[in-house]
Design a protein around this ligand. Sequence first.
Ligand code: AKG
Ligand code: FE2
Length: 329
Amino acid sequence: MGLFTRRKPDYPARIAELQAANQSSRTAKRDKEIRQLRHLAGVETVKSPPPSPELAQPAASAPPRGAESKCPEITPDELTPEVLRAAILEAGCLLVRDLVDDEEALAMADGIEAAFAARLGLREGRPDTQGLYDELVPEKGYEVEKRDWIEEGGGLLAVDSPKLFIDMLEAFGRAGLPQVIEGYLGEPALISADKCTLRKATPDVGGAWHQDGAFMGDVRAMNVWLSLSRCGDVAPGMDLVPTRLDDFVEMGTEGTWLETQVSDAVAERAAGEIGITRPIFNPGDALLFDDLFLHQTGSDADMPNPRYAIESWFFGSSAFPEIYVPLAA
Ligand SMILES: O=C(O)CCC(=O)C(=O)O
Ligand SMILES: [Fe+2]
C-alpha cells in the first residue's frame, strides 16, 4: 500500500472480536468501542446504499390474529421476512410472543432504572464505572438533536447507555432480528441514535395517537417495540389500530395538541369493524410495525405499575433520515 492509501477498516470483524472478548469478561470500555464502531459502520453504509431495494414478497397468508390482541401473532421460530410482510399488509403489525426471555427482559427494565440513576449520579458528581450512561459523540457532520426531548418524556436514548445498548443488540442478534428486517427491507438496515429509546411509561401520562412516518419523512422502516414489563392491564400498554393503512390519516383535528397527532375519533374510524385494541404484553413480547401504523401509549391513571419498553426503529440504508445518526445493527 502506498503512503496515502488506507485500507477500509473491516468493522464487522472488529466488532465480532470485541463481542467475543466481552463474552469472557465484559468491560465498559469495550462496550463503548463497539458502539463507536457500529456508528462508523453505519456512516459507511449510508454512503453507498443499493439503488432500488424491494420489500420482501408476502407469505401466502398472514398469521392468525390472537383472540385477545386482534393482531397477527407468532412465536420467534415463525418469524421470517415474508411472514412479517404478510402481517404488515393485513394488520399493519406483527406480535411476536417471547422474542426475548422473561428474565432477560426484566433485567433490561432494571437496567433502565440503573441508567437513569447513573445519569443523575454523573450530574451530581458520582462516577459511573459500568458504562450505564455515556452520551454518544457522533462523527463530524452528525448531531443528536432529540436528547432533551426524550429525557422529558421519561426516556433515554439507547445509545447513551453503552451497556444497555450492547445488551439490546445482542438480544436482537440472538433473535435474528437484523437479518429478518434486512430481508424485509431488501437492503442493509440501520438503527439510529435518535429513534431508538429506552422508556419508562407511567400511568399518569396519557397517550397521543400517531403514525411515526408523519414526523420521520420518507423512510423505509420497521419498528421493534419490545415490552420489558407486563402491560396493557396493570401498566401502560399500547393502543393499536390493527389494520393496514395505505396513507396518513387526518391529523391535528379536534382534541389534538400537536400537528402530527391524530384524534380519538379519527383513530376509531380508521380501526373500522375490527376496532381499537389494547393487547396484554408480557416481558419480552415484541410488536413489529412500520411508519404507517396508527398507535398510542395506552394508559389509565389508575393502573398500579409503570411500564418499561424499548422502541427501536430500523431504517433501510437507501432512505435513512438525513437528520438522524446511523449505527449498524
Ligand atoms: O412506548 C410507547 O408507549 C410508545 C411507543 C411508540 O410510539 C413507538 O414505538 O413508535
Ligand atoms: Fe410511535
